[in-house]
Design a protein around this ligand. Structure first.
Ligand SMILES: Cc1cc2nc3c(=O)[nH]c(=O)nc-3n(C[C@H](O)[C@H](O)[C@H](O)COP(=O)(O)OP(=O)(O)OC[C@H]3O[C@@H](n4cnc5c(N)ncnc54)[C@H](O)[C@@H]3O)c2cc1C
Length: 425
């Protein structure tokens, strides 16, 4: 992850090339140091004033972390690198005039444009999914889900004896597995003291996946381990199961079976954010922007697309943090090459492995050269890596304290207090 300097970088020369970077997630952030070091005039744009660390959103959603633990302030970040920051949503791009327009009308001119908008939920036409399910892509999503989960527990706690509730997580990828596993730990370990009135057997946690296995990018032994771990935690795992409709209190399967669901979380797929469709750029599978070997958008010499939103050739790179970071650094280097009259290079992704956590002391790690780790060691590796890569010392310290407290004190109901009477979302 990009290292920050203590002091603001020297301001670039007035005649230096202007680079606008849209989207300050992993990919956008990774461009900045190299662009600034090359003396370019950099403008950073994001719809939020903070960057969100998505891999720990499920902890915010389950009350283990505060929302601010996963948010990193962008204005201070820009200042340290001598860059400008503009808060806003890019709604259009005019590549002939070389300018982007923000939703509130402001125009930003560029010599090079780097698009790093990430992705949002894809509902694949499932009726009611957008309206009646919770996503987990933004800090607001996590906050809203957390309040809803706590309201559900509060209802169980104060309602008549024998009251039942069900939480359905749709999607058996890393996000779905992490969330279902943590919810099960919450029910099995923390509920006895945090909500002593709740009969734990009345709270059902369900994970629905259309494919025949969970965690499909992993080798079969790790997939099976994750599956077993969820079953051991009492999660109702349904594989080979497609969903037809989601309502306010039900999930309807493709075969017509109706499952009661008080809270439904959608973690089943991604697509380009809506605004990207209006930019007039070539889009491929999943709405991703099609780029050439040097990550320039097909047909556009001065526009790059990186991170989750970029679709590279026949073998797309995975939509994960590590490829986004590598693409960010690479695109910045290509801008510098073009500015110094050198030809661009071909992007190659260096696979450093993948990891997913299932719950307390349970994770899977798949590294190159057939290195596979699972269980407690994998869990500590997962935890350590996420704390190290979290941006900002304040966040690292608060996340370390909050997660340590969560996992050491769950038996005593440890956790963060949230609103149990949430507004309707
Ligand atoms: C819940 C969850 C858990 C995950 N866990 C892991 C994990 O454990 N390990 C891992 O490697 N990966 C994980 N991922 C994937 C990883 O987070 C993404 O691959 C990574 O964030 C992609 O980086 P990015 O920079 O392309 O996009 P993002 O990080 O999504 O950033 C995009 C930014 O663009 C901004 N933006 C979007 N549209 C506009 C616009 N029109 N105008 C202005 N700004 C805009 C957004 O506000 C956002 O800040 C997880 C993802 C999720 C959702």
């Amino acid at each position: 992850m990009t290292r920050l300097r203590g002091k603001a970088q020297r301001s670039p020369d007035a005649g230096a090339a202007r680079v606008v970077v849209v989207g300050m997630g992993f990919a956008g952030l990774a461009t900045v140091r190299r662009l600034a070091r090359a003396g370019l005039r950099v403008t950073l744009v994001d719809r939020n004033v903070y960057s969100t660390f998505q891999p720990l959103l499920y902890q915010v959603a389950t009350g283990g972390l505060n929302p601010s633990d996963v948010a990193y302030p962008l204005r201070g970040f820009a200042y340290r690198y001598g860059a400008r920051f503009r808060r806003g949503e890019v709604v259009s791009i005019d590549d002939t005039a070389r300018k982007v327009t923000l939703a509130r009308g402001e125009e930003l001119e560029y010599d090079y444009l780097i698009l790093a908008t990430g992705v949002s939920a894809a509902y694949y036409g499932v009726t009611g999914a957008d309206k009646h399910s919770f996503g987990l892509y933004t800090r607001r999503d996590a906050d809203a889900l957390c309040d809803q989960l706590m309201a559900c527990l509060e209802r169980l706690s104060t309602g008549p004896r024998g009251l039942q509730a069900a939480i359905t997580v749709v999607g058996g990828g890393a996000t779905g597995v992490e969330l279902a596993g943590t919810l099960a730990d919450l029910r099995n370990i923390a509920l006895a003291t945090a909500f002593p009135d709740i009969d734990r057997s009345g709270l059902r946690i369900r994970l629905v996946e259309q494919a025949p296995a969970l965690l499909t990018p992993y080798v079969p032994s790790l997939r099976e381990y994750a599956h077993r771990q969820l079953l051991d935690r009492g999660v109702d795992v349904r594989l080979d199961t497609a969903i037809r409709e989601i309502t306010a209190d039900q999930v309807v399967l493709a075969d017509g079976e109706q499952l009661p669901s008080d809270v439904t979380v959608w973690a089943a797929g991604v697509t380009a954010p809506e605004s990207v469709g209006g930019w007039g750029l070539p889009q491929g599978r999943g709405g991703r922007i099609q780029v050439g070997p040097d990550l320039r958008v097909i047909g556009h010499d001065r526009i790059f697309a990186i991170g989750d939103i970029a679709l590279t050739g026949d073998q797309p790179v995975p939509q994960l943090a590590q490829p986004a970071l590598q693409m960010g650094r690479f695109a910045a280097d290509q801008v510098v090459r073009l500015e110094t009259g050198r030809p661009t290079a071909r992007f190659a992704y260096h696979d450093k492995g993948i990891m997913a956590t299932i719950g307390r002391r349970s994770a899977v790690v798949q590294l190159p050269h057939r290195v596979r780790i699972r269980g407690t060691l994998a869990w500590f590796a997962w935890l350590g890596l996420h704390l190290v890569t979290l941006l900002g010392n304040r966040n690292r310290i608060s996340a370390l304290i909050n997660l340590s407290y969560r996992y050491l004190s769950w038996g005593r109901g440890g956790g963060i207090i949230v609103d149990s009477d949430p507004p309707a979302y």
